[in-house]
Design a protein around this ligand. Structure first.
Ligand SMILES: [Fe+2]
Length: 493
């Protein structure tokens, strides 16, 4: 209940009116609140007189009124028309102040909501993964509405179902999803409900133009109060920004998938020019991705690394097949022709206006950290990180693939050759990351599935290999390095 003390902005009118009643009619007046308690205002005190009458302010429940007292009943009767006019005026003032207070409350709420939405937008800007977007949304909204935990159930990039938890374990998600769907009969509007155990649920649909594709749900334990209509309104306002964003991310994901598939098709067409490079771009992309992950490349940039790896030999489309598929040693002129392919890649990609991160990586995959590579002779960090990664993946695939003049090398042997020139041709960080990736059981399973031809002599020896690599890097084990030279393999990869 809101009393006159909390509502009336300026009480001087009431005080002056009480003074007037006293002076002109001999009536003492004081204000009591809706709960009968005395409200101390200037010059007004309860007084014990024989005749007392209460006049409510009439501005809605709970505002109390004026208690008027006099020695004689006639004085009260004479003053009554004046008192009624006065309390009516006070009632109008209270009504006006109540409206002002409500407007101010609404503005405060609105400003809080706007500030929340602004912060949410700031935190989700540039997020193009549904899981990450929903995770941030849950994390931000749950404390704002004092929810104990929450979840999102929606469709992902390829329409697959995604469940995202907030303050609960993943194993609880399926059960919770079923309970929410069971308790919410209408799926396209924000609603408050409760589970069988008394847990309060705030449901908010995620909608696309054809209807709901999922929901956000927030929960409060049975011992806490239920969600309020304000919290429901708050979440439904946010829904108007969440739904379009989820739809945009899904659309963006579909376009990106389409784009990636087009790039893969293009890469397959290039690989098909030479029967011995069949699947080369695909494998280089997988190896590059593994190296990137082990180097901590952010998830959102791994797609760019994939694209660059798929496109790295695009320029070979302009190199005669007779040279690309030549089984024997290349002449100097033929090698000169092959060395043109990174620049041809640049020429092909230029009109597409791809991010320089992708183009640079594709064009620089034959650069060497010692500056003796091509096409530009860049050194060390002048070569982009993605370019240095693809260089390792590219040579590794060339060594572990069958050639007309030799069988495919084992993984261990290929790594040995890679390391011979490690601080001259390759970025040691990229090679080390690759060895770590090769030793990861998860990667091994994936690679054996994708590339059944990849041969491992004995993976357990990779541990020793890492020790050797460390020695090579510290220039203490030159004599122990593998004796084979990479020669043409690296030049032609
Ligand atoms: Fe190449």
């Amino acid at each position: 209940m809101s009393g006159i003390r909390d509502t009336m902005v300026d009480t001087s009118f009431v005080e002056e009116f009480a003074a007037y009643l006293h002076k002109e009619h001999g009536v003492r007046a004081w204000v009591v609140d809706g709960d009968e308690s005395f409200v101390p205002l200037g010059g007004m005190e309860p007084i014990d007189l024989p005749h007392v009458k209460f006049f409510p302010f009439g501005a809605g429940n709970g505002f109390g009124g004026l208690r008027c007292a006099a020695d004689g009943e006639s004085a009260l009767l004479r003053a009554e028309p004046h008192i009624l006019l006065g309390v009516k005026g006070i009632g109008h003032l209270l009504a006006r102040d109540t409206e002002l207070l409500q407007t101010s409350d609404e503005m405060l709420q609105l400003s809080g909501q706007m500030s929340f939405l602004f912060n949410l937008a700031r935190k989700t800007i540039g997020v193009n993964e549904i899981y990450e977007f929903c995770r941030i949304v849950l994390k931000e909204i749950a404390p704002a509405i004092q929810a104990d935990y929450g979840m999102v159930h929606t469709k992902g990039r390829r329409d697959q179902a995604i469940d995202i938890p907030c303050n609960i374990g993943r194993e609880e998600l399926a059960g919770l999803r079923a309970k929410v769907l069971e308790r919410i009969p209408v799926k396209n509007a924000t609603a408050i409900s409760s589970l069988a155990d008394g847990t309060s649920v705030l449901y908010c649909p995620i909608k696309e133009k054809d209807g709901p594709i999922g929901f956000l749900a927030f929960f409060k334990s049975p011992e806490k109060r239920f969600f309020t209509s304000y919290e429901k309104k708050f979440v439904s306002i946010i829904e108007h920004t969440i739904s379009p964003t989820v739809e945009t991310i899904r659309l963006y994901g579909s376009l990106r998938d389409l784009y990636l598939n087009t790039v893969k098709a293009l890469a397959a067409a290039i690989d098909a020019k030479d029967q011995y490079t069949h699947g080369h771009s695909f494998r280089v992309a997988r190896f590059s991705n593994a190296i990137g992950r082990h180097l901590g490349v952010p998830e959102k940039l791994l797609d760019d690394l994939d694209i660059a790896a798929y496109m790295h030999d695009l320029g070979k489309i302009g190199v005669p097949e007779s040279i690309l598929g030549k089984p024997g040693k290349l002449t100097e002129e033929e090698f000169h022709e092959i060395k043109k392919h990174p620049l041809l890649t640049n020429k092909i990609l230029e009109p597409i206006h791809l991010p320089s991160l992708i183009v640079d990586a594709a064009v620089q995959h034959h650069e060497r950290v010692d500056g003796k590579g091509y096409p530009f002779g860049l050194k060390g960090d002048q070569i982009s990180l993605f370019g240095r990664i693809i260089a390792v993946a590219d040579v590794f695939d060339a060594l572990t693939s069958k050639r007309p003049y030799r069988e495919a090398m084992t993984v261990e042997k290929a790594l040995g050759i890679l390391c011979e020139d490690i601080d001259k041709a390759f970025d040691p960080k990229a090679v080390r990351a690759f060895v770590s990736a090769l030793q990861s059981e998860e990667m091994e399973r994936e690679w054996l599935e994708i590339m059944p031809d990849l041969q491992f002599a004995d993976l357990r020896h990779l541990g020793r290999f890492l020790v050797d690599l460390h020695r090579i890097l510290h220039r203490n084990a030159a004599a122990e390095a593998p004796k084979e030279t990479p020669g043409k393999e690296i030049a032609n990869a």
